[in-house]
Ligand binder design. Structure first.
Ligand SMILES: [Zn+2]
Length: 167
């Protein structure tokens, strides 16, 4: 497990600080590398995180992640390379209520409730999980599924239908 990379939110955003580096996928939290759509646990994520304050005096954190991951193609169930490339602009709000109001007014807004300190690793993990596509597949998937064995009895519902139509 990685040590948490903690940032002091007020200082980080006010001073427009930046952090960057790379992380091994398997060094991240289990919820990331055990994701059911990941074909392999190894992979390297490059990240860049920066803070700032926008023209409405709202603090924000920008997160950029990049990497090449192996996902499970949902058509053939074999590995498919996937280029992770995700940028997020997360605006921080003082309360849940303010966050809800802002998000209702602007559907494209990404927001979070202000915390005096953030664990950068956890933020990156969240972004990776949100970026993984719902149903990855080869662009032009022509792999066929391995035939299923031990299923000589066929589909029970088909047999049931057969019985019905026989009378
Ligand atoms: Zn495929």
């Amino acid at each position: 497990m990685l040590d948490p990379i903690l940032i002091d939110t007020a200082t980080f955003t006010r001073e427009q600080q930046q952090r960057g580096g790379q992380l091994q996928l398997q060094a991240l939290d289990r919820r990331v590398w055990s994701h059911e759509l990941l074909a392999q646990r190894d992979g390297i994520i490059q990240y860049k995180v920066s803070g700032g304050i926008d023209r409405w005096q709202r603090s924000f954190i920008d997160i950029s992640i990049e990497g090449e991951l192996q996902l499970v193609c949902q058509r053939c169930l074999q590995a498919v390379s996937w280029a992770l490339n995700d940028q997020s602009h997360i605006v921080l709000f003082a309360s849940e209520q303010l966050l809800d109001e802002a998000m209702a007014a602007d559907e494209s807004l990404e927001g979070a409730v202000w915390s005096a300190e953030y664990n950068l690793t956890a933020l990156l993990e969240d972004q990776i999980l949100m970026a993984i596509p719902f149903a990855p597949r080869h662009e032009d998937c022509d792999h066929t599924l391995a035939p299923q064995t031990n299923q000589d009895s066929g589909n029970p519902f088909a047999r049931l239908a057969g019985l019905k139509s026989g009378h």
